[in-house]
Write a protein that binds this ligand. Structure first.
Ligand code: SF4
Length: 212
């Protein structure tokens, strides 16, 4: 595993990729090694690589789950099939989605957690949200928040049943949209719940078109 601090050097006060004003917490987060032993014990034995993708002033917050292996390698959130599906739900192109002045992407775990025995991604380490999330949320003031999957729905809304939370989206829209994770693993869920594509997605696109 290469040294990420060399490949992705942190410059105090600046977003390394976009030159945007950076939140004070970002440089500290990028250097986080809290899970080094946890990740070393997984089958991939990888090192922490926090994927930090937010800036002050973003109008839309994507509260996501955790990077997968592809994102761990790319260092850019949602550079995978889940990202394609999420951007389709949102009705935005890549340029808009990756514009940190407009969209903040803040996962429940900033690093790839590794795989479980069945080859599925492990859940985000709870220590990550405990350590970082409240500080980051304090500095963001989004007009619209997308909650991606059960971990984000639980943290932000205190709801445990993802299907019930998503089905109750009208209780929270247009400021908050609870969504299933856009992973291929949820394709069967999407087929079982056609109201999601027919009713929620058009409203989400309309709201984001107005805000973005
Ligand atoms: S998952 Fe979060 S707490 Fe763990 S090393 Fe990465 S940034 Fe730190």
């Amino acid at each position: 595993m290469s040294d990420d601090s060399q490949r992705f050097p942190a410059r105090p006060g600046a977003d390394p990729a976009a030159g945007l004003p950076e939140l004070p917490v970002a440089a500290e987060l990028r250097a986080c090694r809290l899970c080094v032993q946890r990740f070393a014990a997984t089958a991939t034995a990888h090192e922490p690589r926090p994927v930090v993708w937010f800036a002050r002033g973003a109008r839309v917050l994507v509260a996501s789950q955790a990077p997968g292996m592809r994102v761990h390698q790319s260092g850019r959130p949602f550079t995978d099939a889940s990202g394609q599906r999420l951007r389709d739900w949102m009705g935005v192109d890549e340029a808009t989605f990756y514009d940190r002045s407009r969209v903040a992407i803040v996962p429940m775990g900033f690093c790839f957690p590794g795989y479980d025995a069945k080859g599925a991604d492990l859940p985000p380490p709870p220590i990550c949200a405990r350590t970082w999330r409240a500080r980051i949320m304090h500095d963001l003031d989004p007009q619209v928040t997308l909650l991606i999957g059960g971990h984000a729905i639980r943290w932000h809304l205190g709801l445990r049943d993802v299907t019930a939370a998503v089905a109750g989206w009208r209780d929270h829209a247009p400021r908050v949209f609870p969504l299933p994770h856009p992973s291929w693993r949820n394709t069967a869920w999407l087929k079982r719940n056609p109201w999601f594509q027919a009713e929620l997605v058009p409203e989400l696109r309309k709201t984001l078109a107005e805000v973005l």
